[in-house]
Write a protein that binds this ligand. Structure first.
Ligand SMILES: Cc1ncc(COP(=O)(O)O)c(C=O)c1O
Length: 298
C-alpha cells in the first residue's frame, strides 16, 4: 500500500534539538550521525484525544535502545514528553496523528564512524504528521516472503530500535517489485520473524501464535495483543513457527503502531481466510480497548 501526501502536513512545525521549525526549514546537518551512519534510534507513536498509545513503553524502548548504542546525554522522559507536547500544541493536533520520534547521536565535528567525534550531544526530532492508519484493515494485506533475513542478536540485535533499516527496506523492495504490500522476513534459521515493518500473529484451532521476539522487534502492539489475549483467556503461545504453518493457518494478522491490527489475506500466493472467529475476537478486543492504553502527556 502506497501512502499518499496529506495536504494537512504542508504547514506542520517540527521539533529539532531544542526548537520548532516550519516543515521547509526542518533539517539536520550533513554532519548528523543519522545521515552518516543511520546512527539513531526511533519510535512511532499514535495520538488519540485520550493521549498517546503506550507512551511510557515507547519512551522506555527509546531509552534502552539509546543506552545499548552508548549514546551520551540522553534526554529524560520528561524532557521528551515536553518536546512532544510543544509540537502537538503548535500544530493543534489531538487525533488522527502519527509521531516519528527520533534521537540521533547528534552532530560530528568531522566525518567519521567514531562516536568520539560526536561532541555536541544527541539530537531529538519530533515529527508529528496527520496520518490515518496506513493499511486498509477492512480488506487486509498480501505479503510475500523475502530472501532478506531479519537480524538475529548475533548480527544486530532486533531489540535495538535503530535507524539502520536497510535490512527491512530490501525486504519491502522485494514486496514492491512483486506487487505485494509487505515482505515477510525469516530469521537466520528459516523460522518466520516478522513483516518488514510489523509483527506477525497466526491462529490455528482457536490458539493464537506469534514468533518468539528473537529476530523481530518486540513490538509494543505485539505486547498489547499478547496481554489482551491473556486477560481474556484466549490461548496465546510464543513459538518457532515455519512458513508452512503460516500458509495453513486459520487466520493471520500483522500488528504495529502505524497500522494497528491488519489481516493478512495472502502469503506467497496462498490464500488465508480472514473470518476466523478467534481472530475476529482479537481484532474486536483491540479496537474496543486500544484507547484505554492511551496516556496523557501531563
Ligand atoms: C520492523 C518492525 N516490526 C514491528 C514494528 C511494530 O512495532 P510497534 O508495535 O512497537 O509499533 C515496527 C514499528 O516500528 C517495526 O519497525
Amino acid at each position: 500500500m502506497l501512502q499518499k501526501f496529506d495536504e494537512r502536513n504542508n504547514n506542520i512545525q517540527v521539533f529539532i534539538k531544542d526548537q520548532l521549525y516550519p516543515r521547509e526549514k526542518a533539517k539536520v546537518s550533513v554532519f548528523d550521525s543519522s545521515v552518516q551512519g543511520g546512527d539513531a534510534v526511533w519510535e512511532g507513536l499514535r495520538v488519540y484525544p485520550e493521549g498517546i498509545v503506550c507512551l511510557e513503553k515507547h519512551l522506555t524502548r527509546l531509552h534502552e535502545s539509546a543506552k545499548a548504542l552508548h549514546f551520551s546525554d540522553i534526554p529524560s522522559k520528561n524532557e521528551i514528553k515536553a518536546a512532544i507536547e510543544k509540537t502537538l500544541e503548535a500544530n493543534e493536533m489531538t487525533d488522527d496523528v502519527h509521531i516519528r520520534l527520533t534521537l540521533t547521536r547528534g552532530e560530528k565535528i568531522t566525518s567519521g564512524m567514531d562516536p568520539r567525534v560526536n561532541q555536541s550531544g544527541p539530537c531529538l526530532i519530533v515529527l508529528a504528521e496527520w496520518k490515518a492508519l496506513v493499511y486498509d484493515n477492512a480488506s487486509g494485506i498480501k505479503v510475500i516472503s523475502s530472501s532478506q533475513r531479519r537480524n538475529a542478536p548475533q548480527f544486530l540485535d532486533s531489540k535495538i530500535h535503530h535507524n539502520n533499516l536497510l535490512n527491512n527496506i530490501i525486504a519491502k523492495i522485494q514486496a514492491n517489485v512483486a506487487g505485494k504490500d509487505a515482505g515477510l522476513m525469516l530469521d537466520e534459521r528459516g523460522f518466520v520473524a516478522e513483516l518488514n515493518g510489523s509483527n506477525l500473529f497466526m491462529v490455528k484451532d482457536g490458539v493464537v501464535y506469534t514468533p518468539f521476539a528473537h529476530a523481530c522487534l518486540p513490538g509494543i502492539t505485539r505486547g498489547t495483543v499478547i496481554e489482551m489475549c491473556r486477560k481474556n483467556t484466549i490461548p496465546i503461545v510464543e513459538a518457532d513457527i515455519s512458513l508452512t504453518q503460516f500458509y495453513n493457518a486459520d487466520g493471520v494478522f500483522a500488528t504495529g503502531t502505524m497500522g494497528e491490527l491488519t489481516p493478512v489475506v495472502e502469503i506467497d500466493g496462498r490464500i488465508i481466510d480472514r473470518n476466523d472467529a478467534t481472530q475476529q475476537r482479537v481484532l474486536t478486543l483491540f479496537s474496543d480497548n486500544i484507547r484505554s492504553y492511551c496516556e496523557p502527556l501531563k
